[in-house]
Design a protein around this ligand. Sequence first.
Ligand SMILES: [Zn+2]
Length: 332
Amino acid sequence: MRSKFLAYLILSLLAGTHSAVVSAQVRAIYDQGSSALTRQLQRLQTTASVLHTGAHPDDEDSALIAYHARRLSARTAYLSLTRGSGGQNIIGAEQSDALGVIRTEELLQARRLDGAQQLFTRANDFGFSKYRTEASQLWPEETLLGDMVRAIRMFRPTVIVSRWNGSPADGHGHHQFAGYLTPLALEAAADPNRFPDQIADGLRPWQAQKLYTGQRINPDATDMPSLVVNTGEYDPATGHSYFEIGMQGRSQQKTQQMGSLELRGRQLSGLQLVSSQLDASGRERESTIFTGIDTSINGLAIFEQDATSTFAGLLADLQTAAAEVLSQYDPL
Ligand SMILES: [Zn+2]
């Protein structure tokens, strides 16, 4: 009897150890229960989507990503040129490719919290560089541009947000390269004559409607971003602000010592509008990156060349049904 009890105890302890290991993985806590259903119903209302671009794990504006994915209910992704394998590892001995594997998982864990998807190109992180020209010596521009164009044609973002603007002010040569490539990729993705192998694979050209770059908010009022977003807004569905959620995700990047304070209250991200497909009448004062763009379900009619009134009617029915189910849902 005693030995049976001991065996049971040992098995229980082992099981406990096992479950402790499993629970060490990040759970998509905001995508469970009533807050998850709230978010899914909110996402049904809109066709908005945004692709953030950068060079490395940690380049992304995590709070802005959380805001876009969870406040604006947009389909959101971060496209990192590299997996960060050229950096330093604060918590272990892994370097190079092994570090790239860990950082890939760190980004995936971050996205489980901030609500976005994660994409990469084939660029190998070869370590620090000062200038874009150094990066372009080791990175074949056409190959990486093709990878970005493929990502855009697959994800089909309404808007693209580039963390970097391609100038020396970006610092790292990789950052400058990412900032330089992003507008080229936006343009090439819309051109059916660019990367025709992708078109042969079944992808279609895609025209993103706007491009923004990240911009620091300086006290100097003459150099203000065109759009300032308060990511400190409170989300009643989760009981946290979008900034807090973004920082919880950012803190997953442990090899980079990215433990981030989950501050409450007003937190600002700055964006500069670089290009837009909207005519002058659509360039009203912007409150979000989607201002002026029809992101309703009804707006999908522009993608149907032979749109009949029946088709428009079906979209309208869908829009009404989506609004109705959200209004009837009470998470409390
Ligand atoms: Zn970086």
